[in-house]
Design a protein around this ligand. Structure first.
Ligand code: CP
Length: 369
């Protein structure tokens, strides 16, 4: 193509933008000429803005689907086509969306960046339109750019479920984390989901919060249910402005935020004050040129038995995975009875079944918005 360099023809840059932009951080989408096109309301782009009544419906639907007769369940999305479009690696999210779709009877196809025409420079928009032309009725998207899920929803017109976009959001992870916390705290009972559900609970989220869409989605959801959330880490990985996220996740409907969000640097103090701790991996793929002294980091922020014994031995230990054993968490803690790490993975299937039924099922089966 005359007049254009290869660089100009390449897909959009993968350099992510700050997570501390406002929730629709959708810098990509905001700059898009398609931003005014409607998004299918059955999409799940971000947990920000989703009313708690809808969070409650999704959790309820997840439980109903989990316990439903498998033969009946497998008819819910029979012959529906779901495309899994993954520009970044994933084990848990990709596998659980695929298993969830299959157990509902849907057909799935996986398109990954490394083995598709994305490698040849095909844009996100054209990839979405291609999948739609091939019969896809919903797209599950993981992408390194904040705002990519919104952009794809705008340009494809299909329901899009965000499986993690850059440093923006990972809404299904926040929902499965909430389900995990409730399952442990309420031991099998289903509490009402409202602004009082988590009052009295303190959750520390520790580690590379700057680069974590999981931290962002949890910080946007848990305080709305009444939790006190402490974000903890060194300034390089956790700017003071992170506390400004409070309130930006609430929907326009007048919902109040009954919990709180604070930035802290002293991990031991956070642990003493918390019932739940979520540990995060350092995202070396997003660090750019940041030089972190790992020895000092481990000394101050690693979750290990010595630290737990000295602070809060019975605390619930969460991690979205993948974890780096020996860095942010030790094996003794990760494999201890108080660890919910495998439970979080397991909760991913019912939550993702619910999101798929919400996207593709009959309206009475879960499309609540
Ligand atoms: N928690 C999470 O998103 O894990 P994967 O990257 O393996 O999907």
């Amino acid at each position: 193509m005359p007049g254009k360099s290869l660089r100009q023809l390449a897909p959009p840059t993968k350099k992510p933008k700050s997570i501390f932009l406002n929730s629709a951080a959708a810098d990509t989408a905001a700059a898009s000429p398609f931003a005014s096109d409607p998004v299918d309301p059955r999409s799940m782009i971000a947990i920000a803005g989703v009313p708690l009544t809808e969070v409650a419906s999704i959790l309820q639907l997840a439980t109903m689907l989990e316990t439903e007769d498998p033969a009946r369940r497998s008819k819910r999305l029979a012959h529906k086509r779901v495309a899994l479009l993954f520009y970044e690696s994933s084990t848990r999210t990709r596998t659980s969306f695929e298993l969830a779709a299959k157990s509902l009877g849907a057909e799935t196809t996986l398109v990954s960046a490394l083995s598709s025409s994305i490698e040849k420079g095909e844009s996100l928009k054209d990839t979405g339109l291609t999948l739609r032309a091939l019969g896809a009725e919903a797209i599950i998207l993981r992408h390194p750019n904040s705002g990519a899920a919104s952009l794809l929803a705008h340009t494809s017109g299909l329901p899009v479920i965000n499986a993690g976009d850059g440093m923006h959001e990972h809404p299904s992870q926040a929902l499965l984390d909430l389900r995990t916390i409730l399952a442990r705290l309420y031991a099998g009972k289903s509490p009402a989901i409202d602004e009082k559900t988590l009052i009295g609970l303190t959750v520390t989220i520790c580690g590379d919060i700057r680069h974590s869409r999981v931290a962002r989605s949890n910080a946007l959801l848990l305080p709305r249910l009444g939790a006190r959330v402490l974000l903890c880490g060194p300034p390089e990985l956790l700017p003071d402005e992170a506390a400004d996220l409070i309130g930006s996740g609430k929907p326009k409907s007048g919902e109040k935020v009954s919990g709180s969000l604070d930035v802290r640097r002293d991990f031991d103090r956070c642990l003493r004050e918390s019932q739940v701790v979520m540990m995060l991996r350092i995202q070396k793929e997003r660090l750019n040129n940041l030089n972190l002294d790992l020895g000092a980091y481990i000394g101050r922020y690693q979750l290990n038995p010595r630290r737990l014994r000295a602070t809060r031995p019975e605390i619930l230990v969460m991690h979205p995975g993948p974890m780096i054993r020996g860095l942010e968490i030790t094996s003794e803690v990760a494999d201890s009875p108080q660890s919910t790490i495998e439970e979080q993975v397991a909760h991913g299937i019912p939550i993702r079944m619910a999101l798929l039924v919400r996207a593709l099922g009959q309206r009475s089966e879960g499309a609540t918005s």
